[in-house]
Design a protein around this ligand. Structure first.
Ligand SMILES: NC(=O)c1ccc[n+]([C@@H]2O[C@H](COP(=O)([O-])OP(=O)(O)OC[C@H]3O[C@@H](n4cnc5c(N)ncnc54)[C@H](O)[C@@H]3O)[C@@H](O)[C@H]2O)c1
Ligand SMILES: O=C(O)C(=O)C[C@@H](O)[C@H](O)[C@H](O)COP(=O)(O)O
Ligand SMILES: [Zn+2]
Length: 361
């Protein structure tokens, strides 16, 4: 077990990474201030891990649980409202703590519910997917989707602690595991060249879920993300690099229908598009785009647009991106391997060319 910190002044918190952490009260209880707790999970994760978390909570007066329906299609205000209904029916007050047990969908909604319920209650992240352990549980972006755009309603709201039990990854389906690797590769590309090279050398071990390789990748990803978040908690500047591939990826998720392409899959294809565009602008060599494609393919991730998705559909969906300012797209592109920048003057024709090179019709 080891621990690293997200340094945010009075909102700082630890990320605890290890094994056999779920039932372990010692790591959880110091971060729960009141006597009421509500564990938010879903119908898939509950039968696997809920009982272990409840063991750690046996000393509390009031422990409620809510099992949400599973899937990106349920990351909505209606689902968050079900959390509010339970909290009110069961008379949870401002001293309650919400515990998110699950992947990024559960984590994003629980965090958002915590930010809103009685204007803010504590919450804890217990991420159980690779994607949630390396990305979504860290940094305090919470929220839900809207039919017109990904994560359009939300809040910045930090957890009190993140407890990442790597044992939970043993039950993760292959496709979900690959989706998590997409965000891991993202860190190498945007801010950590040595990590990208390490990933190229170790991708087979990682895909075989070698415990040492996996522990290294989770730790390094969390460190990279924590450093960026500590510099710019509310994305007024540098934090936007964590959105590399996401303007394209979010368009894919929304146009294909939430849940048809997994978030990590859409980000993988989006990162190839962003790399291709960086090359078309003259910032990086074609060889680096090929390295990005090859690594993502080795992680069994898509590297091209969904079949039949048009350039027009991409551009329409990308126009609602949260980074758009004064009607101009702001895209995260590569200046070099391990060095991302935010660019707001990319000609539309170049974006269209990058999309078409990546299979958009
Ligand atoms: N807040 C952020 O900073 C941030 C960062 C990245 C992604 N996200 C969001 O996170 C979401 C994606 O998260 P995700 O990839 O974890 O998807 P997810 O939450 O849908 O989980 C993936 C699937 O795995 C199941 N599952 C979870 N843990 C399991 C386990 N241990 N064993 C077996 N099955 C398990 C889930 O029930 C689900 O079916 C997206 O909505 C994305 O927008 C948020
Ligand atoms: O933490 C961040 O900042 C990120 O951008 C991480 C992304 O991987 C994540 O998908 C995030 O939810 C995207 O946020 P959004 O603001 O583009 O909706
Ligand atoms: Zn993401």
């Amino acid at each position: 077990m080891h621990c690293l910190n997200v340094e945010l002044g009075e909102r700082s918190y630890p990320i605890i990474i290890g094994s056999q952490l779920l039932g372990d009260a010692q790591h959880l209880l110091p971060y729960i201030r009141g006597k009421q707790v509500c564990v938010v999970t879903n119908e898939t994760v509950a039968p696997l891990y809920l009982s272990r978390v409840l063991e750690a909570l046996s000393e509390f007066d009031k422990v409620d649980t809510i099992e949400l329906p599973d899937g990106e299609a349920f990351k909505t205000l209606d689902t968050v409202n079900r959390i509010f209904d339970l909290l009110l029916e069961r008379r949870h007050n401002r001293s309650t703590t919400l515990i998110a047990l699950g992947g990024g969908v559960v984590g994003d909604m629980t965090g958002f519910a915590a930010a809103c319920y009685q204007r803010g209650v504590d919450f804890v992240q217990i991420p159980t997917t690779l994607l949630a352990q390396v990305d979504s549980s860290v940094g305090g972006k919470t929220g839900v989707n809207h039919p017109l755009g990904k994560n359009m309603i939300g809040a910045f709201y930090q957890p009190r602690v993140v407890i990442a039990d790597m044992d939970t990854l043993a039950t993760l389906p292959e496709r979900e595991f690959s989706a998590g690797i997409a965000e891991v590769i993202k860190y190498g590309l945007i801010c950590d060249e040595p990590f990208f090279c390490w990933l190229e050398d170790n991708i087979s071990r990682l895909m075989a879920r070698d415990p040492q390789a996996l522990a290294y990748a989770v730790d390094r990803s969390c460190r990279d993300k924590a450093a960026v978040v500590a510099e710019d908690e509310r994305e007024s500047g540098r934090r936007a690099i964590l959105n590399f591939g996401h303007t394209f990826g979010h368009a894919i998720e929304a146009v294909q229908g939430y849940g048809n392409w997994l978030h990590g899959e859409a980000v993988a294809a989006g990162m190839v598009m962003a790399a291709e565009l960086s090359h078309l602008r003259g910032s990086i060599e074609a060889g680096l785009v090929e390295r990005v494609r090859a690594l993502l393919e080795a992680a069994r991730l898509p590297t091209a647009a969904p079949q039949g998705m048009t350039t027009e559909a991409f551009l329409d969906a990308m126009a609602v991106d949260k980074k758009v300012m004064d009607g101009r797209l702001r895209l995260v592109l590569l200046r070099a391997l391990g060095d991302a920048q935010i660019i707001d003057d990319t000609p539309r024709e170049l974006i269209e060319q990058a999309l078409q090179t990546c299979g958009a019709t």
